[in-house]
Design a protein around this ligand. Structure first.
Ligand code: MG
Length: 262
């Protein structure tokens, strides 16, 4: 099942919907509808109307997420391009909840950031019991200059709009092998990242078990699993995102997100 959050008109109330082909059927009102499904609090049988996907605006599937966990340095090729050694344990950091934004963006570059970068990633959405309930696609947008000069990555990774994700959540029963998904990122149509989640150093179950050693994963929490090589910072010379750029990320059968930069 594909769970989306969308609006039908600018300023209208968000709706939770089930996506089927080019259509989406609303099943509940409010921005927390999809999270409530993941938590087992509501079902999706209610029919509040059906719309063409092209006629609605998709929001982040969980517009107001709980904790956004992220994993740094989790693909061997990315570790190499960033000049690091392979870690013995996952590198866990947090993105601020207000970084969550619609799959189409826009990602807005703060004036203080001069080195804006993309990181195409597989994202896990947590359900009841701390389980991997669903998957989607995210861009772990990063201000490399802030990330590089500040010991904490909160500002460089957690700025407003620095976490576009979607386009919808695909429930885990439809993703039998999250460790075997192609992952590709384009900037303005140019392929920059091309890998497979089989190259993750730490896989989905390992990551959730690791985080759960100290933190209770709750429905509506999100986990970004890391990015493969090909980020702008790793190029010689580096190629950072500019206003007007478009970033497209595809992951396996999860669809794609495509966001603008302003
Ligand atoms: Mg990342």
């Amino acid at each position: 099942m594909k769970l989306a959050t969308f609006i039908t008109d600018p300023g209208s109330e968000p709706l939770g919907g089930v996506v089927s082909g080019e259509r989406v059927r609303a099943f509940a009102r409010g921005a927390d509808a999809v999270r409530d499904v993941l938590a087992g609090r509501i079902g999706t049988d209610t029919d509040l109307g059906e719309y063409g996907l092209a006629d609605v605006k998709l929001l982040a599937p969980i517009p107001n997420p709980g904790t956004i966990y992220a994993i740094g340095l989790n693909y061997a090729d990315h570790i190499a391009e960033m000049g690091h050694d392979s870690p013995a344990w996952p590198t866990v950091f947090l993105k601020v909840a207000s970084s969550a934004t619609a799959p189409g963006g826009p990602v807005v570059k703060p004036a203080v950031v001069t080195q804006l970068d993309y990181e195409g990633e597989l994202m896990i959405a947590i359900g009841s019991g701390g389980s991997a309930a669903a998957y989607c696609i995210a861009d772990d947008v990063t201000g490399r200059d802030l990330q590089g000069r500040e010991p904490q990555w909160v500002r460089g990774k957690g700025a407003d709009t620095f976490c576009p994700f979607g386009p919808w959540l695909t429930t885990a029963d439809e993703v039998p092998d999250p460790g075997g998904l192609t992952i590709k990122t384009w900037v303005n149509g140019e392929l920059r990242q091309s890998s497979n989640t089989s190259n993750l150093v730490f896989g989905v179950e390992t990551l959730l078990a690791f985080i759960s050693e100290t933190c209770t994963l709750r429905p509506g929490d999100l986990v970004l699993t890391g990015t493969p090589s090909g980020v702008g910072h790793g190029m010689k010379p580096p190629r950072y995102l500019q206003s007007g750029d478009t970033v497209r990320i595809e992951v396996g059968s999860l669809g794609h997100i495509e966001h603008s930069v302003s």
